[in-house]
Design a binder for this molecule. Structure first.
Ligand SMILES: [Zn+2]
Length: 500
């Protein structure tokens, strides 16, 4: 009995017990949860040399409540920076995650929160490599579930390592919780012996800006509907259920051999069914390839500002898409701010320019003071100089550290790191109600869902930067060839996909 008590103590100490069902600790299934995620922008001017680590903080899938699981939180590692990741820190980060798994073993299942667009020198698709290493640690019988953003570049070999592969279905993203729940539910059914998940990944030779594949616009909306239909109804000629069907848009700003779209399927018991579903969806995407276009209003800088000023809407959001922080661009370009200042635009705010030195100078000066500031272009120096200007400090914010300054009639929110304003709740601490300004500039591509809900109108500005939407003009050195539409004459037969 001593052993049992010891085991119970150890289990409870190691993990967080989920669910209220009265189970002996030794009867509870032990699920290890960890994370490793990044959308690497290889066009970012600076390589990423370190990671941040946290014990997994996100709440477990809601469907695990009352499931009698012991959740063992591992490490969640995230790169500190947007650019290509150096090999050594990436290996070290992978080892930290793997060490947290080793410390948790034996486990009955593994649940990994991934993104899918991480790229490291000497390693390549690091998230997939990690899943492979997790597989070799836990052996062939322990189910591995992984969740993804749909902007991941997914190699076909991932399906050899992971059993339950589930990505987001919406862009802009609104289904993070549902995605975790779907993967969590399949994992529960697997542990109960009610499901036998197998996965298949089919890369499609096509590269696309995420802004051309939005679920708020065609053709992507209908394609994702088709994936949902397959989850409900299965695929012709196969009896196995399709447990999860994900269409990956890919990340066009990660120059890697895996960059591009893909179909990722988790089927119950039949890899043939998973392949058939992937082939079916790949066909649909390929047929629609000429229809993908930006799913939102777009304009060049000057034209976008003209339209915003002339708009009947009281507020127009402008996204500085070339410097899109949510696509891991540096977020420090002052191009749009300079344009607004030079035109002496009234009632405009530029939200989130990454410039730590400028923020420090504002803190030194204090609220109400005016000072000569050099704004932006501290990291990204390829697209013009900083804005040298006289500015007045309007407000200082401690956490996150930001300074609101006024330059003529234009306000700018300076931040001490890349800062995407994606949610209306980020504005009040800055003393700004965005809906009282005519123009609100944020460093995004498409406008995030929470802002789209309040924005009377938005225009995506086709501005330069590491997130430049005009991918035809980017210099790719690692991408596979051919890829549509960069190589327009490419042919593709999904049926030729490898047998499972
Ligand atoms: Zn995404």
């Amino acid at each position: 009995m001593g052993n049992r008590r010891e085991f119970l103590k150890r289990t409870l100490a190691a993990g967080l017990v989920v669910g209220s069902r009265a189970l002996l600790a030794s009867d509870r299934r032990r699920v290890f949860v960890a994370g490793f995620s990044h959308e690497t922008n290889t066009f970012h001017p600076v390589r990423t040399a370190s990671f941040g680590f946290a014990q997994v903080s996100r709440t477990p899938p809601v469907v695990w409540e009352d499931a009698g699981l012991t959740v063992i939180p591992g490490i969640h590692a995230r790169p500190n920076g947007g650019g290509t990741i150096e090999e050594k820190p990436c290996r070290e980060a992978m080892n930290r995650v793997l060490d947290s798994l080793r410390a948790a073993m034996p486990v009955d299942a593994v649940f990994l929160r991934l993104h899918g667009a991480m790229y490291a020198e000497g390693i390549g698709p690091a998230e997939t490599v990690l899943v492979g290493e997790v597989r070799s640690l836990v052996g062939p019988k322990v189910p591995i579930a992984c969740t993804f953003d749909l902007h991941g570049n997914i190699p076909a070999c991932l399906a050899q390592f992971g059993d339950i592969l589930v990505g987001l279905k919406t862009a802009p993203h609104t289904d993070g919780a549902q995605t975790a729940d779907l993967a969590g539910r399949i994992l529960l059914d697997t542990l109960a012996g009610k499901a036998h998940p197998v996965a298949y990944v089919l890369p499609i030779p096509m590269i696309l800006q995420g802004e051309k594949a939005m679920t708020t616009a065609e053709p992507f909306r209908s394609l994702v509907e088709e994936a949902r239909r397959i989850e409900r109804e299965g695929v012709l000629g196969h009896e196995s259920k399709i447990l999860a069907a994900t269409l990956f848009v890919g990340c066009a700003w990660t120059d890697s051999p895996d960059t591009g779209m893909s179909a990722m399927i988790t089927a119950d018991g039949s890899r043939g069914a998973a392949r058939a579903a992937a082939v079916h969806l790949a066909h649909k995407i390929w047929e629609a390839r000429h229809q993908f276009a930006f799913g939102c209003e777009t304009a060049g800088l000057e034209e976008g500002v003209n339209r915003a000023l002339a708009a009947k809407e009281s507020t127009v959001f402008l996204t500085d898409s070339g410097d899109n922080v949510t696509a891991s661009a540096p977020g420090d370009l002052p191009i749009v701010l300079r344009h607004l200042v030079e035109r002496n635009v009234k009632s405009a705010v530029v939200a989130g320019i990454n410039d730590a030195p400028a923020v420090n100078r504002c803190f030194e000066a204090g609220v109400g003071k005016s000072l000569a500031l050099s704004i932006g272009a501290t990291v990204e120096t390829r697209f013009g100089p900083p804005l040298e200007t006289e500015a007045q400090v309007v407000r200082l914010i401690e956490n996150p550290r930001m300074a609101v300054v006024r330059i003529g009639e234009v306000e700018a929110i300076l931040a001490d790191g890349p800062m995407a304003f994606t949610d209306p709740r980020q504005f009040p601490p800055c003393g700004i109600d965005p809906l009282t300004r005519k123009i609100v500039v944020v460093k995004e591509g498409y406008l995030y869902a929470a802002l789209t809900r309040i924005a009377p109108r938005y225009i995506m500005l086709l501005t330069p930067g590491a997130g430049d939407m005009r991918i035809e003009s980017l210099t790719y050195t690692r991408r596979r060839k051919p890829l549509f539409p960069l190589d327009p004459s490419v042919s593709f037969d999904p049926e030729a996909a490898p047998a499972p």
